[in-house]
Design a protein around this ligand. Structure first.
Ligand code: NAD
Ligand code: IPM
Ligand code: MN
Length: 349
């Protein structure tokens, strides 16, 4: 990688278009890296105007970037899946971003709706390129009483092994104590039997780390009753999607949940966990902190751990000063929160 880091900005739809510009200014203030950016107008507007979802030349062009910073995709005017699958999942799949890292971190004690939770710092490793998400299936006799709908769950040994190994490697590097597999191996006796076998094989290479297992239904309960008993979690694409929204809720909501779609040897992409939030889009009230924290994950990935730490500190600062948007009980706008973060960083960097 050269001295200048090239970042592709894909604001996308709804609040994505409001939070990305704000978060991007914050990222630039926090980092010592030289960043260069280009905005790509993928999303509903382009699709509705031209019929194009994700032109091939943009996919080609993205290969020349060091990272993608994305807002959200999905628009009520467009059939569900067209943009989500056609842009977001295409990016994750075609760039083989097999690891979706989703931290579940409590920034301020009173942000959790749970009683007696003082602190929390769990990392989810969600498999990101397989499972029910691959889009294999079909519909027979559509619209008739005999209609049949198939959606296939596919897991490969390579696909499972690489995410499980990455979770253990990360846990070891970060000095964590435990890795938990969350699956449904009591029912999905083929696909999740593979997860079981691979998980315990890989775990035996890491005797210094505790390894354990939870069934997904019990895990959902545990995430509410005792989330602090989790440390590093590895799970499937579908379960990871659901459980990380639950995880976000435990830590103060989707306005604070960040994620990284990682290809350790290729192009990675950083985005908030939340979607385009059509119910609040266009009002400048979306919480930009999830996108800002995703920007911090991006800086860390690009080698600027100090920039990432500064972003974390800046987010803690605005949260502790109650400079927040309505979702967290504040009255600031998206842009005002951005300015508060920038002002904090101006004095520090
Ligand atoms: P959503 O995450 O967009 O919104 C769920 C709820 O959380 C809404 O009430 C919304 O107002 C609130 N919310 C989300 N982000 C917020 C923020 N930053 N600040 C304040 N409030 C916030 O989920 P949804 O409503 O189920 O989906 C809306 C659209 O987004 C759909 O088209 C869906 O497919 C898409 N989606 C995209 C992504 C993505 O691009 N990564 C993720 C999830 C959903
Ligand atoms: C997410 C979203 C996506 C997913 C959708 C929009 C395809 O919900 O990033 O969590 O299911 O992965
Ligand atoms: Mn989701």
């Amino acid at each position: 990688m050269s001295d200048v880091k090239k970042i592709a900005l894909i604001p996308g739809d709804g609040i994505g278009k409001e939070i990305v510009p704000v978060a991007w200014e914050v990222v630039k203030k926090a980092t010592a890296l030289k960043l260069e950016s280009k905005v790509f107008d993928l999303g509903a507007e382009r699709y509705l105007a031209t019929g194009e979802v994700f032109p091939e030349e943009i996919k080609e062009e993205l290969k020349g970037f060091d990272a993608v910073f994305l807002g959200a995709l999905g628009d009520p005017r467009v059939k569900p899946g067209v943009l989500e699958r056609g842009i977001l999942l295409t990016l994750r799949f075609e760039f083989d971003q097999f690891a979706n890292l989703r931290p579940m971190k409590l920034y301020r004690e009173d942000l959790t709706p749970l009683k007696n939770l003082k602190q929390l710092d769990v990392m989810f490793f969600r498999e990101n390129t397989e499972d029910l998400y691959i889009g294999a299936g079909g519909i027979l006799k559509k619209g008739t009483p005999d209609e049949v709908a198939l959606q296939e769950l596919v897991q490969t040994r390579k696909g499972v092994e690489r995410i499980v190994r990455l979770a253990f490697e990360w846990a070891k590097k970060e000095g964590r104590r435990k890795v938990t597999l969350i699956d449904k191996s009591n029912v999905l006796t083929y696909a999740h039997d593979l997860w079981q076998r691979v998980f315990w094989e890989v775990a035996s290479d890491y005797p210094e780390l505790e390894a354990n297992h939870l069934l997904v239904d019990a895990a959902a309960m545990k995430m509410v009753l005792a989330p602090e008993t989790l440390d590093v979690v590895v799970t499937t694409n579908m379960f990871g999607d659901i459980l990380t929204d639950l995880g976000a809720a435990v830590c103060g909501g989707l306005g604070l949940a960040a994620s990284g779609n990682i290809n350790p040897d290729g192009l990675s992409m950083f985005e908030p966990v939340h979607g385009s939030a059509p119910d609040i889009a266009g009002k400048n009230i979306a919480n930009p902190l999830a996108a800002v924290l995703a920007g911090g994950m991006m800086l860390d990935h690009l080698g600027d751990s100090l920039g990432a730490k500064l972003i974390d500190d800046a987010v803690s600062f605005v949260l502790n000063e109650h400079q927040v948007t309505p979702d967290l009980g504040g009255s600031l706008t998206t842009t005002e929160v951005g300015k508060a973060l920038e002002a904090y960083l101006e004095e520090r960097r």
